[in-house]
Design a protein around this ligand. Structure first.
Ligand code: ZN
Length: 398
């Protein structure tokens, strides 16, 4: 992800991707593992749904011992990750399997780093420093939602429950060795989670195509992910048992994740993170809500390229402004089909508490790390207006 500066002036870029095993039966790759002991890092819901057992059966068939850590919370905490790392230290696995949504995979990446580097402080982890990884274990990520793309990135977000703040942890080595994209893992996903997570994949892909860190490699992934999501998300939402739609959506999330992991998300993520934390809105729902407004804002700056995305989707796209407008309409139409909120008011947040929180929303959004990679970076006053316009659904005309 992003440019790495060497020798002052030269800039070198990397493209990172896990080995991807995809399609029906992808899970059976686990039955071919060589090793002694696998530790599955997951949550209780995944165990209850029987998905952890599918993984255990394959790992056991490969002749490995298997330990399950099922204490990952929806917002994985530093404290839980440290407990998980202690379990890893006790069992000394040579395979670590992150199984679940973004939280479980982020927890697995972080616990793996702590297991390989005993005694390091998670807060001190810096993307530009070198850490030991893969001396004790390799990492497999198995997503059970089609959205976050965490299976394909080297970054993790944790919550410090003592200090009440988010802690980002990332170093390029934290990329999973394998991502197993098996549609069987998402067949029972309820419609609302299908929509929320699918729209996260869409927002990440559109933003990473527009980010100032975009590059030829990430562009290819992002553009195709957007195409697949528009084609298959409505079908996966309307009929969860549609195997074809589930499979393509599961692939799209990983493809978008590779694009995002080698570029960066932007403004809708900054605004969505702020709203999500302060009003407890699911991540994908929050970022997707802001996407049309931030497309308008970025296009108004005159230096966007939404026209490419509009063309890829077969929308009207004579020039950049028309392409951007077509994309905004298409995103909103998709959100309507998925019964998603289009404004902050639609979320049931009343005007008084919204206005009361506005300074903090702006403060959080403008200090979000992903603001820097936005193609057009708003100042505080513009951010305030953007939140305001998104409250009641006005067209962004500035
Ligand atoms: Zn996201």
């Amino acid at each position: 992800m992003g440019p790495f500066v060497v020798h002052g002036e030269q800039t070198m870029w990397y493209f990172d991707s896990p080995h991807v095993i995809f399609g029906e039966e992808a899970l059976s790759h686990l039955a071919q593992l060589n090793g002694r002991h696998a530790c599955v890092i997951t949550d209780r819901n995944i165990v209850r749904l029987g998905l952890a057992q599918l993984v255990i059966d394959q790992v056991t068939a490969a002749g490995l011992a298997c330990t399950v850590f099922d204490e990952v919370e929806p917002e994985p905490s530093l404290q839980m990750v440290q407990r998980c790392a202690a379990v890893l230290a006790q069992h000394q696995p040579d395979w670590i399997i992150g199984l679940g949504g973004g939280s479980c995979m982020d927890a697995a990446k972080s616990a793996w780093l702590l297991y390989e580097n005993p005694g390091i402080e998670p807060e001190s982890v810096n993307p530009f420093d070198q850490y030991t990884l893969r001396e004790k274990a390799k990492l497999i990520a198995i997503p059970t939602t089609s959205g976050t793309g965490s299976e394909a990135t080297w970054y993790a977000v944790l919550t410090d429950t003592v200090e009440q703040r988010k802690v980002g942890i990332g170093t390029r080595g934290m990329l999973p060795d394998y991502a197993i994209i098996d549609p069987v893992m998402v067949m029972s996903l309820p419609p609302s989670i299908t929509a929320d997570t699918g729209l996260d994949a869409l927002t990440q892909s559109i933003e990473s195509y527009q980010s100032s860190w975009r590059n030829d490699f990430s562009d290819a992934m992002c553009l195709h992910a957007v195409r697949l999501i528009f084609q298959y998300l409505p079908r996966a939402y309307a009929d969860g048992s549609n195997c074809e739609a589930r499979e393509h959506m599961h692939n799209a999330a990983a493809i978008g994740g590779i694009g995002f992991g080698n570029s960066q998300a932007t403004l809708a993520h900054c605004m969505g993170h702020a709203l999500g934390v302060l009003f407890h809105v699911p991540h994908g729902r929050a970022v997707a809500l802001f996407l049309p407004y931030t497309i308008e804002f970025t296009a108004n700056g005159g230096d966007s390229r939404y026209v490419d995305i509009a063309r890829a989707l077969g929308l009207r796209a004579d020039d950049e402004p028309i392409g951007a407008a077509s994309l905004v309409t298409a995103v909103r139409d998709l959100e309507r089909q998925l019964l998603q909120p289009l404004t902050v008011r639609d979320l049931g947040i009343d005007q008084t508490s919204f206005e009361h929180t506005l300074p903090e929303l702006v403060g959080r959004a403008e200090t979000d790390t992903q603001i820097a990679t936005s193609q057009r970076i708003p100042d505080s006053a513009e951010l305030r207006r953007l939140f305001d316009y998104a409250y009641d659904g006005r067209t962004v005309n500035f």
